[in-house]
Design a protein around this ligand. Structure first.
Ligand SMILES: *[C@@H]1O[C@H](CO)[C@@H](O)[C@H](O)[C@H]1NC(C)=O
Ligand SMILES: [Zn+2]
Length: 418
């Protein structure tokens, strides 16, 4: 009996040494965690909140992708030499990605200009990407469809519109984008819209434009609830986060943001907001960009795991996920260089004593729950007879720079006779 105990203790000490941080990436123990992590990602879909691959298609190929083979982009220029090319089919499969929100992003420079048409071009290129690779991808628009695609071995592909400037302050455009398959909208990118403040306004020395959401911005939240489109609070100011969390009757997401307590970039989520996200039932999907992970020039997979653990500690294990921002950023962490390396992150969490049940939540079950929550709010509002919100933004809410691009409201009792 005593001998057995001694043998057990010796084995335990060896196990602890093998799993110590310095040994994690070459140790036998880490290999064991990696196998377990891959098993978890075979069981539940790994759902990533944000990948800018469609914007890479615009930048490198002008969206002319009819003949582009995206199986292996590591040997195709300009992809091969780009520091922000982290995605292709081969690596998505190695990384065990189960579903992906593809970002329909156009920069703030398009606001009040061609934001809407360029956003539609990005939504179109996502549809064509999926159609051109039917054995890899399936276009999905609901939690159930994510699960169905996963069961068929396909990567469920969804669209997230990144930035409220993409709807041109029009609820009609928002509704039509829902019909095109858009299932989240990030309320701002790096500029305020006429109805919401962005995160940079919280940087030292800057001042809010609206102090959160305007009355029209609140209507945008209500209409997104009615549609069943997730409200994404990455990129918005703290007051916009607070306002949206107060108004939204559906769970919200942060599609690609990390923890402010660990890196004080305003793109990250402060602890008081994390607590509100827990009450709301939402999900903070951790961004891998080193500037948001360490606030420095380098980071490791362990640093990313620290963010996941922090959000678990403050909000809860039901409120954290992953939103890599791959292809949107140039610098990614060691051990999480591209989409092939997600299993390293889950192995790292296993090495820290996480249970497989909790890993499943981070991988995808939390996002599925939030999306189902938004779908049931949509269904309840329909059952309650809530009609589409069809008000127009007051012309007086539009800044001077928007005026030359607007032809006004066209409300007239006069008949057009010529
Ligand atoms: C983050 O902390 C650094 C160092 O204390 C400081 O210089 C910087 O202004 C802070 N950033 C924000 C957004 O508060
Ligand atoms: Zn972003």
């Amino acid at each position: 009996m005593r001998l057995r105990l001694t043998v057990f203790l010796v084995l335990l000490v060896i196990e602890l040494i093998l799993s110590s941080p310095s040994r994690r990436f070459d140790g036998v123990a880490f290999e064991k965690f990696l196998i377990k992590a891959r098993d978890v990602l075979d069981r539940v879909p790994l759902i990533d909140g944000h990948n800018d691959f469609p914007y890479s298609l615009r930048r490198y190929e002008s969206n002319q992708v009819g003949d582009l083979d995206i199986y292996d982009l590591t040997t195709v220029e300009p992809w091969a030499s780009s520091s922000s090319s982290h995605t292709d089919i081969n690596r998505l499969r190695q990384g065990k990605v189960g579903a992906q929100f593809w970002s329909a992003y156009v920069p703030c420079s398009t606001q009040y200009k061609d934001a809407i048409s360029k956003t539609w071009e990005q939504i179109d290129v996502i549809h064509r990407l999926v159609e051109a690779n039917p054995t890899t991808f399936a276009f999905v628009t609901s939690a159930q469809e994510i699960e169905d695609a996963f069961a068929q071995g396909k990567i469920g592909s969804m669209v997230g519109v990144e930035g409220g400037h993409s709807i041109g302050s029009s609820l009609a455009v928002l509704r039509m984008m829902y019909d095109m398959g858009v299932r989240y909208m990030t309320m701002t990118h790096s500029c305020p819209t006429p109805w919401a403040d962005n995160s940079q306004l919280d940087d030292p020395g800057n001042v809010p434009v609206h102090d959160g959401l305007t009355p029209f911005g609140r209507t945008v939240v209500a209409e997104m609830n009615r549609l069943g489109m997730l409200i994404d609070l990455s990129h918005v100011s703290r007051k916009t986060m607070r306002d949206a969390l107060e108004i939204s009757t559906a769970p919200v997401i942060f599609s690609h943001s990390s923890a402010y307590a660990l890196c004080n970039n305003t793109r990250n989520v402060p602890d008081d907001i994390l607590q509100l996200v827990a009450q709301n039932g939402g999900v903070v999907m951790v961004n891998f960009f080193v500037s948001y992970v360490t606030c420095g020039l380098t980071a490791t997979v362990q640093d990313v795991a620290d963010h996941i653990e922090h959000i678990r500690n403050i909000a809860g294990v039901d409120n954290v996920g992953v939103g890599s921002d791959f292809n949107g950023v140039a610098r990614t962490p060691d051990g999480l260089k591209d989409v092939s390396q997600y299993p390293n992150l889950f192995a790292e969490l296993l090495a820290r004593g996480w249970t497989e049940t909790d890993l499943e939540k981070v991988a995808g079950l939390n996002l599925l729950r939030a999306l189902r929550g938004a779908e049931s709010v949509r269904d309840q509002m329909a059952a309650d007879g809530i009609k589409p919100f069809d008000e127009w933004i007051p012309q007086t809410d539009l800044p001077a720079e928007a005026q030359p691009c607007s032809t006004g409201e066209y409300k007239s009792q006069k008949l057009l006779t010529e």
